[in-house]
Design a protein around this ligand. Structure first.
Ligand code: CMP
Ligand code: CMP
Length: 217
């Protein structure tokens, strides 16, 4: 579908079928496999966003049905929103320690999937024992984690959060109910990823996130 280095005028959305993405990094003679695209995902946006040659190659693995969005339509309806979003969240995500080792392109993919949520001081964002489907980064504000250690006991503060921290990974990593409650101490701005986006994008980070759980008592 796409050859690295060529000019490109189209962004593709996948209706059905899967495609592989490969990239030849500078100094390399062979392509490196990067990922498999699934229905619902899109590719080919970089050439349109940055007027640059195609940054990777994309090959269909089977018969696929794609929707094509041309440059003119992209410029009219998507470009401003897409680049504003990336600019805003890329700066934020570059400060999140756990994402430091990630390829900048992968971080920009996270930026596309983030949803902003605002809370007043004293709100319960996560409740211990409930099912959890979201992972959160703290953009602004302070929060605490409260945990009932043994049934019948009063909850105890086990953690505190400030900007650039994250929480809510355990329920998604371990497929278990929320292990603590998260309460805002001040007005907060959070950004969340839903379960599907978390699995798709943070998969490579699972090891780091799992290792980091030793920060909890
Ligand atoms: P574009 O450069 O227009 O064409 C190739 C596409 O591959 C690119 O847009 C992205 O949509 C996609 N891609 C996936 N992973 C990467 C990556 N790590 N670097 C660059 N492009 C990537
Ligand atoms: P999760 O279980 O999904 O939701 C509650 C979150 O609280 C949990 O993920 C961790 O991100 C966070 N947390 C902070 N301290 C603790 C702790 N001591 N035990 C468990 N979770 C904690």
């Amino acid at each position: 579908m796409i050859k690295q280095g060529e000019d490109g005028d189209i962004l593709y959305l996948i209706e059905s079928g899967t495609l592989d993405c490969f990239k030849k990094f500078s100094g390399q003679t062979t392509d490196t496999f990067l990922k498999t695209y699934q229905p619902g995902e899109s590719f080919g946006e970089l050439a349109l966003l940055y007027n640059a040659p195609r940054a990777a190659s994309i090959r269909a693995k089977e018969n696929c049905t794609l929707f094509a969005l041309d440059r003119e339509t992209f410029n009219h309806i998507v470009k401003d929103a897409a680049s504003k979003r990336r600019d805003k969240y890329e700066t934020f995500l570059s400060k999140v320690e756990v994402l430091q080792g990630m390829d900048p392109y992968e971080r920009s993919q996270i930026a596309d999937a983030l949803v902003n949520e605002k809370y007043k001081a004293g709100n319960h964002i996560v409740t211990q024992g409930e099912e959890g489907n979201k992972f959160y980064f703290v953009e602004e504000g302070e929060l605490i984690a409260m945990k009932v250690m043994n049934p019948g006991e009063q909850p105890k503060q086990v953690f505190s959060y400030k900007e650039n921290d994250y929480f809510g990974e355990l329920a998604l990593l371990k497929e278990q109910p929320r292990a603590a409650s998260i309460i805002s101490k001040t007005d907060c701005s959070l950004v969340s990823l839903d379960r599907a986006a978390f699995k798709r994008m943070l998969g490579p980070l699972e090891n780091i996130l799992s290792r980091n759980t030793n920060r909890y008592e």
